[in-house]
Design a binder for this molecule. Sequence first.
Ligand code: TXA
Ligand code: MG
Length: 352
Amino acid sequence: METKILPVSEESIQEAARLLQQGQLVGIPTETVYGLGANAFDEAAVRSIFAAKGRPADNPLIVHVAHPEDAEPLCEVTDTARLLMKTFCPGPLTMLMKRKSCIPDVVTAGLPSVALRIPSHPAAHRLLEVCGLPVAAPSANTSGKPSPTTAKHVLDDLHGKLPLILDGGECQVGLESTVIDLTSPIPTVLRPGGVTPEMLLTVLKEVKVADSVLRPLREGEKALSPGMRYRHYAPSGQLTMVKGTPEHVEQCIRRHADEAQRQGKPVRVFAFEEHLNAYQGLDAVSIGSRKTPEKMAHLLFKLLRQADDDRIPVLFSEVLTTDGIGLAIMNRLARAAAFTEIDADSEAERNP
Ligand code: TXA
Ligand code: MG
């Protein structure tokens, strides 16, 4: 199958809507990452999403709708959900609610809940309005790879597996939506994203963050959100997070980079704008200022993909604190690094 990329226009959105109505897949820009969409009521179409991504069938999909009222026929919308929709939707928030029977099993992997999101990207919003269907869409990457934040990323992964990708430019947030479980007694963030726990607490009395957000699952532990089970967001190279005081971090990265380069392995460093100068002589790229973590969120997946394109086998990254959007960034970075981390301060003590 030939895959077309068309810039967003009323005409290309009409074409995308027709394809969805015919049971085909469409690459859709959203404010978080690109989605791989299909009519959520069409079981065969939804199955073809799993096939195109190589996604395990037990990992459920998010259902996207244009307006809060479109959620009512699909799930049991609670007062808490209504409050969150009023405050944060459209936007990067996905709510788990008890599903109604019109949602096919294949969408929810047989779970009793369905994940619902109202995207704010104008193209996604217009497409949902025009096609008049709930659209099931995971991120439009090959399973396990970093999510796509440009139409080109979608094409790189899924060329020949879908007829159309709508090109809506770079995704603004750059990380997938916050997933919050509203079926548990206390609303629980299963995947952090652009709507942060701090923001949720401005309207909810209590919010839990699943404690597996910043650590690997223990052996035999059940993932609350099935997507958190799999190795994720991973570049082909080995990424290591380096924490500590800026001076120790820089020395530590230099020491490990020298070692790798002696073995003939190219190295790349993801560094905050403020420290970029410290890495002269190394291939260091900016992840934006420490003061603007949204910039790092926006750039992260693009930089991970770029490192793959450039065939860089060894990567080091500076790290952030986990407040605000920092929680989502560190959740993705930790998974991309398979939780490999060096404490530069204790290393400095051992190697004075
Ligand atoms: O920003 C986003 O959320 C993007 C855009 C396209 O909307 N979509 C996205 O979908 O990231 P996906 O499939 O890559 O991630 C959805 C996550 C997975 O971790 C999945 O396991 C979880 O949501 N999920 C979906 N339905 C669930 C359910 N009923 N119960 C628990 N987790 C669920
Ligand atoms: Mg995904």
